[in-house]
Design a binder for this molecule. Sequence first.
Ligand SMILES: CC(C)(COP(=O)(O)OP(=O)(O)OC[C@H]1O[C@@H](n2cnc3c(N)ncnc32)[C@H](O)[C@@H]1OP(=O)(O)O)[C@@H](O)C(=O)NCCC(=O)NCCS
Length: 234
Amino acid sequence: MDKHEIVITLTTAFGKAAYRDIKAIKEDIDAICERDPAARSRAEVILLYSGLHALIMHRIAHALHKKNLKFPARAISQFAKFITGIEIHPGAKIGRGLFIDHGSGVVIGETSIIGNNCTIYQGVTLGGTGKETGCKRHPTLGDNVLVGAGAKILGNFTVGSNSKIAAGAVVLCDVPENSTAVGIPAKVVKRDGIKVKPAEELDQIDIPDPIEVEIGALRKRVEELERKLNGDLK
Ligand SMILES: CC(C)(COP(=O)(O)OP(=O)(O)OC[C@H]1O[C@@H](n2cnc3c(N)ncnc32)[C@H](O)[C@@H]1OP(=O)(O)O)[C@@H](O)C(=O)NCCC(=O)NCCS
């Protein structure tokens, strides 16, 4: 490869990366406008939302981290923490449309993975247990996951898509899709819109009817498909 070809290859690569990141940031702004009833204009979101500022700096830091520029990546991440109170390790993989509301005290660990269109409130930790070492120590969130204020999700496991983690919960193991988990340690109290009782509280009367649960899941799926057909979902 001659010099000319190297310059063209690098320019194309950076151009593509910049285009991808600008598109991602645009989607982050759209997500805030859609999900925060308090957001009055795009200008307000761009200028005043610390969650967005942290995310923009993370996208730059993550790009540097992937190019093995670990020190500058970490420096940007620490600067972002100083400015916003939100610490996102440059190694964390974050999907489109994340909304970090209020933000202060949010910590997102190095090997965390966050899907698309998630919402995270202040004081949330996506961390390790302190006992795990090695490649993957932090949680993975599916798409459309909501994590309430102060919730701690600790360890290498998955919170399924469309699930909600209640404010103040401490989650230590997998949470299935379409569920709500509350408490310390967190327990699933709702699945596919139907309340679930912990095994120790079940009696002969309260045992959930598996057919009802299945019908509930199917009803939810049909509603989702109807919304898709009507063009409400992307
Ligand atoms: C969990 C949450 C998302 C609601 O999800 P949901 O699927 O609609 O769940 P429900 O409201 O039906 O609650 C299900 C059960 O969990 C309980 N619950 C809800 N939130 C809880 C919490 N934070 N801690 C403990 N229990 C909680 C409810 O009382 C209910 O209990 P019950 O079945 O005995 O009546 C919501 O309560 C929450 O915590 N949101 C976070 C919002 C937040 O952090 N806001 C900060 C703004 S600054």
